[in-house]
Design a protein around this ligand. Structure first.
Ligand SMILES: Nc1ncnc2c1ncn2[C@@H]1O[C@H](COP(=O)(O)OP(=O)(O)OP(=O)(O)O)[C@@H](O)[C@H]1O
Length: 620
């Protein structure tokens, strides 16, 4: 088959209904965004008007919203449109007057210095925002007069959802002043988004921080939508009044009373705002969106990209000049500016933590009480945070819940367990023996405690193993040891099935008859050895055998200070001696609160029944 010599060039046809459907279902989160897009176009038009008339005093041009239940109108004193503009920009989907004047979309933004020069002037850039009006109306009516040519006529554009439009040139008197008026006659099913009260609420929601005057009128009189500048742009009589006002604003926006409010200010990108520290713990990894305004206009309430993941203990409201929103406006364009903003804001939060650590111990304590897990996860990867905060972080220790700093002052060697269960086993006895032990069983804790010598060179940190503990318990005198020899041999024999050694020591509290010292690694090692023995010769046996180390044994340490133990070691009935050793092992295993193995459970049962039988026999 041969192709025709001259293939005629054709133009794509766009099915506007399909496109609007795509936008409403996949780009915009709700039909209410139509008002955001109209407001944003008005703001961009005001920006262009100020660029055209730089001498005009700030506030001389504004935006007026009107809704009376039958129409929604957005009127601005912006730069307006000529007839040619209408054809080029309004009637061509995807074409925007702002891209030509702003930063070209693909031009890379370089370092901080350049960002100031390359600041985007406009919020819009994709040339599709106006289409969002079709989410609530079938026709968009635009009446405009250009400020660029003072004696220009007015121009009217009617665009319809079916893709057709009309343009008419009207006498200047049809729009006496430069600017643009967009009017929508809402569809019956869009009443929810176009009722006067809703338009007013949406106007306040999206436009409360706009720097141009915005009013709302429902036919009964105009009221300001943004009567006051952003809370951080106001002046206050005292620094205290300022921080109270910022906290109150944070509470109004997020619905919680911030633990503290951090002021954010990055002049290089014209960014100002606040970070509100959450007063309650949030599960790590739960994302909390931040409110991002660009040139005062609220674009996103769920932006996550402005802070690194570790900063999940704050929620921010920011207003920036030059962050670039994506077409949906609900997130931000991932460019060098955003990366630099993220780094700089993270730095501000670090500085806040550092300041609290250095000069506001009360605040730091309240912060760490709520967010220590977040800080621990941060400190593991961030040396600076580690250096600043490790001494202040709370840990479970043999001195109760305390900071590492305090703990290291009373204990030259800080011992750390590798599991919560080990800590439970040894805490009381270790502390009676004068040892300082930290529970290293919680996420990050053991790793963090081991890094203590990096910031306190005089501190020594070691893992607590059974041998260390036993070495710190007082031995009994030779005579007592000899007298107990026969009993200890019986006990060792009875407990050999559990790979458990038996020793006699004296330790406090005297009420504790026995201590079972065992570590999770030791138990794993023993399970591995047992499997290797059972599988001897097979492939698994060889593999497990190769992995086998000298299996560390558990140790049952009997307390010579305990009256029951003193009686037990004197038993001369072999059966009873075995049963009492098993019962002491069972009780110590129960106290360790670790899960019992089936053999241990049956041992506890058996020894209990045996002891009961013995007691009853004795009575009869
Ligand atoms: N109120 C207005 N005043 C002046 N020009 C306007 C106004 N509203 C729209 N326009 C013109 O219509 C064009 C298209 O507007 P639209 O909202 O569809 O896209 P955009 O604002 O350029 O980009 P985005 O899709 O990112 O919002 C604009 O670029 C602008 O030239």
């Amino acid at each position: 088959m041969t192709l025709p010599e001259t293939a005629a060039d054709r133009t794509f046809q766009v099915d506007l209904r399909g496109l609007v459907d795509l936008l409403s279902h996949h780009l915009y989160s709700s039909p209410r965004v139509y008002l955001r897009e109209l407001l944003q176009n008005a703001v961009d038009a005001l920006t262009a008007r100020h660029a055209l008339e730089p001498a005009a005093p700030a506030g001389s041009f504004g935006v007026r919203l009107y809704a009376d239940g039958t129409v929604v109108r957005v009127e601005d004193d912006g730069v307006g449109l000529t007839e040619a503009d209408v054809h080029t920009f309004l009637a061509t989907i995807g074409r925007s007057s702002k891209r030509a004047m702003g930063v070209p979309p693909d031009e890379p933004i370089r370092g901080w210095g350049k960002i100031t020069e390359q600041r985007d002037d406009f919020i819009g850039r994709f040339g599709i925002g106006l289409l969002s009006c079709f989410l609530v109306a079938d026709e968009i009516h635009v009446l405009s007069r250009s400020a660029r040519t003072p004696d220009a006529p007015a121009v009217e554009w009617r665009g319809r959802g079916d893709g057709s439009y009309t343009v008419r040139v009207l006498p200047a008197s049809a729009h006496p002043r430069p600017g643009t008026t967009v009017t929508l006659a809402p569809r019956a099913d869009a009443g929810e988004w176009t009722r006067p009260a809703q338009v007013h609420a949406l106007g306040r929601h999206f436009g409360s921080l706009l720097r141009h005057p915005v009013t709302f009128d429902d036919g009964t009189g105009a009221a300001s939508v943004n009567p006051e500048p952003a809370p951080w742009a106001r002046t206050y009589p005292t620094p205290g009044a300022r921080s109270r006002a910022l906290a109150a604003y944070g509470e109004e926006v997020f619905g919680f009373e911030p633990l503290d409010t951090v002021e954010l200010d990055l002049p290089a990108v014209g960014l100002k705002g606040i970070a509100c520290v959450l007063p309650e713990t949030v599960p790590a990894g739960r994302s909390h969106g931040h409110r991002v305004h660009v040139k005062g206009m609220l674009l996103s309430e769920q932006a996550e990209e402005i802070l690194p993941e570790w900063a999940f203990f704050v929620r921010c409201v920011i207003d920036a000049e030059s962050l670039r929103p994506t077409a949906s406006r609900e997130s931000l364009y991932e460019d060098d500016t955003l990366a630099a903003v993220r780094d700089a804001l993270a730095e501000r939060l670090r500085a806040w933590i550092a300041r609290a650590a250095a000069s506001d111990p009360d605040l730091l304590a309240r912060f760490l009480q709520v967010h220590h897990l977040a800080v621990k996860s941060l400190a593991v990867h961030d040396d600076e945070i580690l250096r600043m905060l490790l001494p202040w972080l709370p840990f479970e220790t043999t001195d109760g819940h305390t900071t590492l700093d305090e703990f290291a002052r009373t204990h030259r060697t800080v011992l750390v367990t590798s599991s919560v269960e080990e800590f439970r086993q040894v805490a009381a006895i270790a502390s009676a023996a004068g040892l300082g032990v930290v529970n290293g069983g919680y996420t990050y804790d053991r790793e963090l405690v081991h890094r203590l010598p990096e910031i306190r060179s005089e501190a020594t940190v070691a893992d607590l193993d059974p041998a260390t503990l036993t070495a710190h318990l007082d031995p009994v005198d030779r005579e007592t040891e000899l007298a107990a020899g026969a009993y200890l041999a019986q006990a060792r024999d009875a407990l050999a099935v559990f790979d458990c050694d038996v020793a006699l020591r004296t330790f406090q509290p005297a009420s504790a008859p026995a201590l079972l010292v065992d570590s999770r690694e030791a138990r794993h090692e023993r399970t591995r050895s047992r499997l290797a023995r059972e599988q001897e010769g097979g492939l698994w046996g060889d593999l497990l055998g190769a992995l086998r180390q000298e299996a560390p044994r558990a140790q049952l340490i009997l307390n010579q200070l305990n009256p029951l133990v003193r009686t037990a070691v004197a038993i001369d009935e072999p059966e009873l001696a075995r049963t009492s050793a098993e019962a002491l092992y069972g009780q110590a295993a129960l106290l360790s609160r670790r899960p019992l193995r089936p053999a241990e459970s049956s041992l506890i049962n058996r020894s209990f029944l045996d002891l009961l039988a013995h007691a009853l026999r004795k009575d009869s």
